[in-house]
Each structure stands twice: as structure tokens, then as C-alpha cells.
Design a protein around this ligand. Structure first.
Ligand code: RIB
Ligand code: CA
Length: 324
């Protein structure tokens, strides 16, 4: 793969700042991904919408608002779907805890009035003219927009962390975000819209081990301490693939892909999603491509470069934040 700017992880003054929106189910890796977006001068985060996934819609919305309060950043947050379009709701509380953040402290934002996901997505698309929607959880909110306002998404790119063609992490066949709402994934992936899929095939290689993390890697600010606690919490579960504790950066990899598309290699694929309950729920199946229905599917990643970019940018950004 050709070398790309990812290897120069120190942010350079960007020529054009791309406006993005993030739809997310925070979740510890989601919050680290939000940190990478905020730390990257190439993009401007115009809006955040939440979707039930790793934890309940209340928990993930509270985490998004709490993280922005911790980082002292003002960005519109919209509360989204509490359940998938169909089928039973599932969660990843065994990884992220019932509160979606494994008990790691965040400022409580109970009083903050939260708009609807629809209103914040429409604001990001119509008023802020975002160019990318980066989806880090189940695609329920995006699928509803595809049905209700399809023309609004025609000129933007959807970058989704989800799916797998090489073994799952919820079942042997399905990745969590696809499993959680397979109907939504099927609707978005077959919409004909510009979609880039960053699946487990590549994100499973983007991981941080304890030996990669010096003491206080991000500095002494409350945000820096949150990032470190989140990474060390994710490391606690021994990763079945590597047989050693490591934090797999699924969602930060998708944000890195949005900022530096060249840090991954893609193939055009037409994908079907198994939407029925049962052994194959959420499985992605490659089809013989017919015109207009393909997505760009990530098949290779410069994992060391993405990890370096992630660690350097979070350290540089959180190191600048006040320590009180
Ligand atoms: O399979 C990994 C994905 O599921 C990540 O987005 C993680 O946050 C969970 O939502
Ligand atoms: Ca997620």
C-alpha cells in the first residue's frame, strides 16, 4: 500500500477542514474515537447523535454529554434510537459495563436538554453541510434517515465501523454493530449511497497493549486521565485472537479512516446482511456485484500507523487541556 500522511501523526495545518458528524453508542472505544476526532485538525465535529448499542440509549447519551463536558467542548448532541428497527435489543455490557463506561467517572449531565437525533442529524446535514457521517454503532438512526430523507445523504459519505467477512465478535459469524441491528445495516448497505465499511477484518489488528502505554501517556488533565482509564479498562479483557490483554481500537480506526482514507485499502463489494433472528443474525455475505449497490469495504490497514496517530494525537490534544 502506498505510504500516506497517517505516518506523520503530528497534525499539520490542514488545507481544507472537512466537516463531519458522528453517530455513536458510547462505549469506551467510541469515546476514544470522539477524542481522536476532536484532536484532529483535518476535521470539524459538527454534531453527535447517540444510538442504543453497547449500553442503553440513556447510558450512551449520558456518556456522550458527560465526555463533552469533561473536555469542555460544546457540540450538539441528539438522542437516537433506543432499540433496533426489528428483533430484540442486545448490548455489550460485558465489555463496557451497564453504564457504557465500566464505571469510569464522567461529569453527570442530567439537566442538559438533549435534542432528538433526527433534529441534530438534519442540522448537521442541512445547516452545517457535513461531508461525512461516521457511524460507530448500530445503523438504526442512519437507516431511518435513509428511509425518511434519502436525498439528504446523496452527497455525503457514510463511514461505518461494522460488519465482518472473517469471523465475528458476538457470534462466530457476526460483528456487534451489524448483529445489534441487521435490518438497519441491510437498508444502509443496499441503499446505493456512498458507504465505506470498516469491519472487524481490519479493526481487530488496531490494538494497544499495556507495553505500548507509558505511565500517564496523555498527560495529567481529567480528559487525559479518562483516556488512559478507558484504554486500561479495555485491556482488562484478554483478546481471544491475541491471547494477551489489549485494547482493540475498533471505533478510533473508523475515525482514522474518515480522516486518512489511505491508511486502509478497500475493495468494492456488494454485501447482503442476514436479518433474521438465529445463528446467522448480522452476518455479512458478499454477493456478485450489480451496478450501484456496492460499498467500499476495508480489507487492509496500516495498523501500527493508526495506533501511532491515535496515541500521538490524543496525547497532544489532552496535554493542552487544563489539569484542574
Ligand atoms: O464490534 C465493535 C463495535 O461494537 C464497536 O463500535 C464497539 O463500540 C461496539 O459498538
Ligand atoms: Ca461503538
Amino acid at each position: 500500500m502506498a505510504r500516506n500522511p497517517v505516518s506523520e501523526s503530528a497534525p499539520r495545518a490542514p488545507t481544507l477542514v472537512r466537516r463531519i458528524h458522528i453517530d455513536t453508542d458510547p462505549g469506551l472505544d467510541d469515546l476514544l474515537a470522539l477524542g481522536l476526532a476532536l484532536a484532529s485538525p483535518e476535521v470539524k465535529l459538527e454534531g453527535i447523535t447517540t444510538v442504543a448499542g453497547n449500553a442503553s440509549i440513556d447510558a450512551v447519551t449520558e456518556n456522550a454529554c458527560g465526555f463533552l463536558a469533561l473536555a469542555d467542548v460544546e457540540i450538539p448532541v441528539g438522542r437516537g434510537a433506543a432499540a433496533p428497527l426489528a428483533l430484540t435489543r442486545t448490548d455489550a455490557e460485558h465489555v463496557h459495563g451497564a453504564d457504557g463506561r465500566k464505571g469510569i467517572a464522567l461529569p453527570v449531565q442530567k439537566k442538559r436538554r438533549v435534542a432528538t437525533a433526527r433534529s441534530v442529524l438534519l442540522h448537521s446535514l442541512r445547516e452545517r453541510r457535513v461531508e461525512q457521517v461516521v457511524a460507530l454503532g448500530p445503523l438504526t438512526n442512519i437507516a431511518e434517515l435513509v428511509s425518511e430523507e434519502p436525498t439528504l445523504l446523496e452527497d455525503i459519505e457514510i463511514v461505518w465501523m461494522g460488519g465482518t467477512l472473517s469471523g465475528g465478535n458476538v457470534t462466530p459469524l457476526a460483528e456487534f454493530n451489524a448483529y445489534a441491528d441487521p435490518g438497519a445495516a441491510a437498508r444502509v448497505l443496499s441503499s446505493g449511497l456512498r458507504v465505506r465499511v470498516i469491519g472487524l477484518d481490519v479493526t481487530k489488528h488496531v490494538r494497544v497493549r499495556a507495553q505500548d502505554l507509558p505511565h500517564s501517556p496523555f498527560g495529567a488533565s481529567p480528559t487525559a486521565r479518562f483516556f488512559e482509564a478507558a484504554l486500561r479498562s479495555l485491556m482488562e479483557t484478554e483478546h481471544p485472537l491475541y491471547g494477551e490483554p489489549c485494547a482493540v481500537l475498533h471505533d478510533p480506526c473508523a475515525v482514522a479512516a474518515a480522516i486518512f482514507p489511505n491508511c486502509l485499502r478497500y475493495e468494492s463489494k456488494q454485501l447482503e446482511v442476514r436479518v433474521e433472528e438465529g445463528r446467522e443474525r448480522g452476518r455479512l455475505m458478499e454477493q456478485t456485484a450489480t451496478r450501484g449497490r456496492c460499498v467500499e469495504y476495508a480489507v487492509e490497514v496500516q495498523s501500527a500507523e493508526v495506533v501511532r496517530l491515535f496515541l500521538d494525537r490524543l496525547a497532544a490534544w489532552s496535554g493542552k487541556l487544563s489539569s484542574n
